[in-house]
Design a protein around this ligand. Sequence first.
Ligand code: HEC
Length: 124
Amino acid sequence: MKKIIALLLFPFFVLFAQNGEELFDMKCAVCHIKTRPTSQMKDSLIAPPINGIVKNLKQAFGDNKDATLEFIVSYTLEPSLEKAKCKTDAIQRFGVMPSQKESVTQDELKSIANYMYANFPLQR
Ligand code: HEC
């Protein structure tokens, strides 16, 4: 019985995962690249790569997944200097992120945050 339930649920997890990545690609990847930047790319970045962001957040929240996901959702809707966990030099260089309220919903952000948490930082 358990196996059947697992089989039935599996497609939903896959869908969820793809959805988070697709949403990220549409709504976040213009500013946050998904790869590690090469040294040539570093000068043309307009925001920190997502790899570094998630790595830094997992450290800041001591691997507390719920707190990390909550932060991603809330920060993306209402970013501020006081809330930011980004390194100071990143904020100095890029400025505080503009709120994405107009382009992404809270539910979409939950999928995006799950995608980010599950896939970053990159293993190699
Ligand atoms: C117009 C460019 C732009 C877009 C689009 C954008 N961001 Fe950002 N984001 C930034 C910049 C710049 C920073 C670095 C400064 C800061 O932390 O506020 C940042 C930082 C972040 C941080 C790190 C905050 C911290 O302090 O650790 C998260 C998380 C984040 N963005 C999530 C998202 C998500 C999710 C999306 C898509 C829904 C998104 N961003 C879309 C520009 C953008």
